[in-house]
Design a protein around this ligand. Structure first.
Ligand code: C2E
Ligand code: CA
Ligand code: CA
Length: 639
């Protein structure tokens, strides 16, 4: 039984081991042309020595036909060596070689033996030599396909021994037996060699697997992702189909790492990876790029609607609570998609666009799937122009500050102003701060801009009545190092403005990256006497733990909750609970973006006291501030 199993193993093509299959095939594309060349040359050698004595059918026609077929196969194999192989092709070709091997062995053996009856003893000896040397050469060339090598050995040596035994000539019997023994020895060596070959291929495959696997999530890693993307892209361009890249980023992962430790974070990533695998169909290649970033390459996804639908399923899957035994956690994730060939004509652009869609999506609302669009493309171009203009800008001349009043509705008085940046570029005209601040943050000019703006704002504010406060917006980078904070502090020191009348507004994005640094920076500013307001509150994902750890003095409820306050029950509830929350935490609360009397009335009924918005005034220039303060406070809708 064991023997039969061993034979079966030898006869089989390793269809379940694609690496081995392809390695065998690759060895073959080199060795098979050699094999056929050996056959052609040896055959003509034997034909030549029999030319005079044997009929032309045997010395010309038969060798010509055999050579033609062999030459045909040589060309075929040489062509194959240039192509990329799949496992299916390799399997098909190796099976064919198995079948062809016996046919060729029979044909060449029959031909050689049929020449034996012609010519003298030398010519007869040549037939024996031809068979012996050729079979050994062929076994050598076939060593990666054990079944073919064995078949050839058995057919040729079998006929050889039987035929020459019958000839009765002792010399030929001895040659035949010798050759059979040498062939047998060669087959043994071949088996050993094949075992080593298999071991080598498997080891290489294992190394490759390890180098391309993310051990934490068991998903393909960044390297594997990009090599898959390159390959998918190459086929997509050749065969004209669409591919999509999706990048997934988790929100709220970093705080989990900070609060529950890295082990919990790792387990969470593992769970998310499994969920993504379950949700994605087979034509989605899921990988972990590193950190809390995952990515997919999708082929044949059937249109962008279907793609986004799967994206939404992935976001929903990420959102589901995660039970880690001792703790229950929850995170959200957004996914940005970009599709080739729409708006991206290479893999770098494809990836960059997906990344852009992701981070743009995060600004407008998290936990969603977003497709890179024409608008995004225009934005990128616009941002590039802004970046150019920023590089050549004379900030002191081109930047200005406007002020928007902050009003106490119970006493109907202006309590302060928020300073807002205005930039008129000589080349691009007026650019909204929501646009250029972001570009400046990314391109590294924000710190200079902040310093110029702060100087200007303080210069104006110094002449205001003493009871008025100044609010000034800071970017994440302004708090990201001791140096930048110290330069802010020195600007305040050089102005004659009392730091106790100054509030700095920061957003949650400021402390999402480096919480500790932002905390120590804001503490420094607090020590100076400045207030710290949390801007755009409610749009981010801050946990209360985070808020408690910062030395906040105020929160500002984001405009998006105030718009539709009366029509949207969700907004109403949020504003209500944010107002209650700020009271509980003992923080002053400013409600931003109040545009209508109805909004104001509702806000007052909820206990809102300090507001800012177009209802009272749009941002006004520094020169208009005096006039504004002199005239009685009216709402836009009264006047
Ligand atoms: P922000 O800090 O939330 O500023 C409030 C924005 O809302 C201002 O837009 C203001 O003009 C606008 N706004 C105020 N009341 C209303 C209202 O009733 N309705 C509507 N629709 N809008 C209202 P602005 O001046 O375009 O500034 C946009 C953003 O740019 C600011 O949002 C802030 O994030 C950033 N920014 C502006 N100036 C500076 C600055 O000096 N430094 C930094 N780092 N960022 C700044
Ligand atoms: Ca602000
Ligand atoms: Ca705001």
């Amino acid at each position: 039984m064991k023997f039969i199993d061993a034979l079966r193993e030898i006869a089989a093509i390793p269809s379940k081991n694609p690496d081995l299959l392809i390695a065998q095939y690759k060895a073959f594309t080199f060795q098979m042309p050699l094999l056929y060349m050996v056959l052609i040359i040896n055959t003509w050698g034997l034909a030549a020595t029999h030319m005079r004595v044997a009929p032309v059918e045997l010395t010309i026609f038969a060798p010509a036909a055999m050579s033609l077929i062999s030459a045909f196969r040589v060309v075929g194999w040489l062509r194959k060596s240039k192509r990329i192989v799949s496992r299916d092709i390799a399997f098909k070709e190796l099976s064919r070689t198995n079948r062809l091997a016996s046919a060729i062995a029979i044909v060449f053996t029959l031909w050689a033996l049929s020449l034996f009856s012609y010519g003298d003893a030398y010519a007869k000896a040549h037939v024996a030599f031809y068979m012996a040397i050729t079979v050994i050469g062929v076994i050598f060339c076939l060593m990666h396909l054990r079944r073919a090598a064995f078949t050839v050995a058995v057919i040729v040596n079998g006929s050889f021994v039987v035929f020459f035994a019958l000839s009765g000539n002792l010399v030929f019997v001895a040659i035949a037996v010798n050759t059979a023994f040498v062939s047998a020895a060669m087959l043994v060596i071949l088996l050993v060699h094949y075992r080593d070959f298999t071991g080598l291929v498997n080891a290489r495959a294992e190394n490759y697997r390890l180098a391309n696997l993310d051990s934490l999530s068991n998903l393909p890693n960044r390297r594997a992702f990009f090599s898959y993307l390159d390959a998918a892209y190459a086929t997509a361009t050749k065969d004209n189909f669409h591919i999509a890249v999706g990048i997934i980023d988790l929100d709220g992962f970093k705080p989990i790492n900070d609060l529950y430790g890295h082990a919990a974070g790792d387990r969470l990533l593992h769970v998310i990876a499994q969920r993504l695998l379950e949700i994605c169909p087979e034509n989605f290649f899921v990988a972990r790029l590193g950190g809390d970033e995952f990515a997919v390459v999708a082929t044949h996804f059937g249109g962008t609607d279907a793609l986004l639908a799967i994206g939404e399923q992935m976001c929903a899957g990420i959102r589901m609570p995660i039970d880690l035994g001792d703790i229950d956690l929850q995170v959200t994730g957004s996914i940005g998609f970009a599709v080739y060939p729409e708006l991206a004509n290479d893999t770098i652009k494809l990836f960059a666009n997906a990344d852009y869609a992701l981070y743009h999506g995060k600004r407008t609302g998290r936990g969603k799937a977003i497709l890179f669009s024409v608008e995004h493309d225009n934005e990128i171009r616009r941002d590039a122009r802004i970046e150019q203009a920023l590089q050549h800008a004379d900030f002191t001349r081109e930047l200005a500050i406007v002020f928007q009043p902050i009003v106490d509705v119970t006493s109907q008085t202006t309590v302060g102003f928020e300073a807002l940046a205005r930039w008129i570029s000589p080349t691009l005209g007026p650019i909204a701060p929501s646009q250029f601040i972001q570009v400046a943050e990314r391109s590294g000019s924000i710190e200079t801009i902040t310093q110029v703006l702060l100087k200007k704002a303080l210069q104006h504010a110094v002449s205001w009545p003493e009871e008025l406060r100044l609010s000034f917006n800071l970017s994440a980078q302004d708090l990201s190092s001791l140096d930048t904070v110290m330069s802010i502090i020195s600007i305040i020191g050089k102005s004659d403005f009392d730091p106790h009348r100054l509030d700095f507004e920061i957003t949650e994005t400021a402390f999402i990256r480096d919480f500790q640094q932002v905390r120590s920076s804001t503490e420094l500013l607090r020590k100076l006497g400045c207030g710290i307001s949390l801007d755009d509150f409610g749009t981010g994902f801050s946990s209360l733990t985070h808020l408690h750890a910062l030395p906040l003095t105020k929160i500002k409820i984001d405009r998006s909750f105030v718009t539709n306050l009366n029509d949207n029950p969700a907004s109403y509830k949020i504003v209500k609970s944010l107002l209650a929350l700020s009271r509980d935490m003992g923080l002053e609360c400013i409600v931003e973006g109040v545009e209508t009397n109805e909004e104001l009335i509702t806000l007052m009924s909820l206990g809102g006291q300090i507001v800012q918005g177009y209802l009272y005034s749009k941002p006004i220039s520094a020169t208009e501030v005096g006039l504004f303060l002199e005239s009685p406070l009216t709402t836009a809708q009264q006047s």
